[in-house]
Design a protein around this ligand. Structure first.
Ligand code: SER
Length: 599
């Protein structure tokens, strides 16, 4: 089975069960200040899990691009990936446990679909604790389907609970499905929760039946949802008997790396008894393939993210630089990252056409970044070797110097240190960093793990203000103005738009005046669902028009603005406060950036 076939089968199966296919959302969440990336399929759907009506209905299915950087140090082993695709079916207050589990079972075991023998499946369910009881219902349903009791394992929150998205919100017990490999058990207590490789998780059904309150209580939810997630790469590997993720979708990347380095990749089978012993060269090859694929997807995601020292750009920089270092370690001397990226574009564009659209931008950025880093890498490595000799700990000062002078992300320094059995004074690094405040501290050390975001009152206000700004800019500067990006924090909105030249003071004042006038008029904010065509006919704007499929939601602010958007928004503009532009600057060629606040 190929990943292409798996995606097709999954979507087909759930369409057959009344689900509407929705496209993958962007890898960078819109209007969610709390995280840098979409980390799970549920992320873009949070408003709908909280009760907003989704234009495509209550049963959805998708294949969502995800980035997880929390386990980045684990990449290089068999299964951890930074970028991955997650297949998911969704019930937004529609079906619940019984139907969800039965559908999972049918898809996994039926000959028509994946045809996995039932005896190859192990299941986990929530064991219960002080917040919520044992999920007897899920247990019984699985048992009723023929999974014997000894293959249904019970675990606590750490293993079998998902959510909430932020501090509060929908969450619930989950039930995970594991493939039992032919690998011998690691001992008499070998279970799905152990990481020896005997059990490989392939799917997770989350039953969002609770709402976590601000006081940490779990209350039953009025709208019960189902959120499921199946990792494409891992499931395909398991179905084919591959013992790692690098033999199908990633294979062309590995082959390119073999060609460039002259080294050989040794694939693992699911039967291998000691696959955790990764040879260094193999580990490096996996890091290169994984990191450059992830960086290609982030830069290829329509938003024009390039390597930089802040936010998503900094993650891209870290990924590329780590991959380059591993490339040099296995003997690749030439500028190579763009070549691997070229292969990613070639093999993934049929599913993600944005990669082809942004190919030039992506490849150019890889070349520039690799050139830049190659210039300082050798000197940095020598500086590290010299300064770390006879030491047990790398000082914050040295780590910061490597960062500032040689462009070594702190993670790279940590990796070099751990290879020599040393630790890094991260706190010292952070202090140095603070002292030299040219760069954003959050980008370097925070936000890297990140949970999912919340739609706080202030963020919602900024969201509505962004629509007003968009409309006012078009009114003042002209209809060539289109949204190129948007980011909202608790403190401000940031809006990127197409416009070639600096705005004059008069233009800025005029935009502010218009927005404040609309706020003062206290216009109602309403949303109506319609098809993309109808929305366009009505003159609604919105760059993300294709994201929600056929039906879209159009938010109108009185007669002043009409924009395709998923929400949420305030009810009336009078709730916003006073609007003020605090900065107008260039973002990239032909794109300006405004930062504005509500006072
Ligand atoms: N949110 C759950 C997960 O990521 C199921 O989709 O595993």
């Amino acid at each position: 089975m190929t990943s292409w076939q798996l995606r097709k089968k999954y979507l087909e199966f759930f369409v057959g069960k009344g689900h509407a296919v929705i496209p993958s959302a962007s890898l960078v969440p819109e209007n969610d200040p709390s995280v840098l990336f979409t980390t799970a399929g549920m992320h873009p759907l949070v408003p709908f899990l909280m009760g907003e009506k989704h234009p495509a209905g209550k049963r959805l299915v998708n294949c969502q691009k995800c980035i997880r950087t929390g386990d980045i140090d684990e990449v290089g082993d068999q299964w951890h990936l930074t970028f991955f695709e997650m297949l998911g079916n969704w019930s937004l207050g529609d079906y619940f446990k019984e139907e969800a589990i039965k559908m999972s079972y049918e898809f996994l075991t039926s000959e028509k679909w994946l045809g996995i023998p039932v005896e190859k499946l192990a299941i986990t369910v929530f064991a219960g604790d002080g917040d919520a009881p044992f999920d007897r219902e899920a247990f019984n349903i699985w048992q009723g389907l023929g999974i014997p009791e000894e293959r249904i394992f019970k675990y606590g929150k750490k293993e079998n609970w998902w959510g909430p998205a932020g501090e509060t919100g929908p969450c619930g017990p989950d039930s995970e499905m594991f493939y039992i490999t032919a690998k011998p058990a690691c001992g008499p207590d070998c279970q799905p929760a152990c990481s020896c490789g005997k059990y490989v998780e392939i799917w997770n059904d989350v039953f969002m039946e609770y709402n976590k309150t601000a006081w940490g209580k779990f209350e039953p939810l009025a709208q019960k949802n189902v959120d499921t997630g199946m990792g494409v790469e891992r499931t395909v590997s398991v179905l084919n008997g591959y013992g790692d993720n690098y033999q199908e979708l990633m294979k062309p990347l590995v082959e390119k790396i073999e060609e460039l380095s002259g080294k050989k990749y040794t694939p693992l089978s699911l039967r291998d008894t000691s696959p955790c012993q990764v040879e260094e060269i193999i580990g490096s090859m996996r890091v290169i393939a994984d990191h450059l694929r992830a960086a290609t997807f982030i830069m290829g995601d329509d938003l024009g993210i390039a390597p930089s020292n802040v936010d998503q750009g900094y993650v891209v920089r870290k990924l590329i630089r780590r991959a380059i270092r591993h490339g040099r370690m296995i003997g690749i001397k030439e500028n190579f990252s763009h070549k691997i990226a070229g292969v990613v574009v070639e093999i993934m564009s049929d599913v993600y056409p944005e990669l082809l659209k942004n190919k030039e931008f992506v490849l150019a950025n890889f070349k520039i970044e690799e050139d830049k880093f190659t210039k300082t890498l050798q000197a940095g490595l020598s500086a590290f070797a010299k300064a770390s000799a006879d030491k047990k700990k790398i000082s914050g000062e040295l780590a910061f110097n490597l960062y500032q002078t040689h462009g070594f992300p702190i993670e790279l320094t940590k990796e070099l240190a751990s290879e020599k059995g040393l630790t890094v004074d991260e706190q010292g690094f952070n202090e140095e960093f603070k002292k030299h405040q040219e760069l954003s501290r959050t980008a370097a050390v925070g936000k890297f793990k990140g949970g999912l975001g919340e739609h706080t009152e202030q963020a919602v206000k900024y969201h509505t203000a962004t629509h007003l700004l968009n409309a006012a800019l078009r009114q003042v500067l002209g209809p060539h103005v289109f949204q190129k990006g948007s980011n909202i924090t608790e403190e401000r909105l940031r809006f990127d738009f197409s416009h070639g030249i600096k705005m004059s003071a008069e233009e800025k004042a005029q935009v502010e005046k218009i927005v404040n006038q609309v706020i003062e008029n206290d216009l109602p904010v309403n949303s109506v669902e319609m098809t993309v065509e109808q929305a366009k006919k009505k003159g609604a704007i919105g760059v993300f028009a294709d994201k929600y499929g056929e039906q879209v939601k159009v938010y109108s602010i009185g007669d002043y603005s009409q924009e395709i958007c998923g929400g949420p928004h305030v009810e009336r503009t009078g709730q916003l406060g006073h609007f003020k532009i605090i900065k107008e600057e260039a973002s990239s060629a032909g794109v300006r950036r405004i930062k504005a606040i509500l006072e």
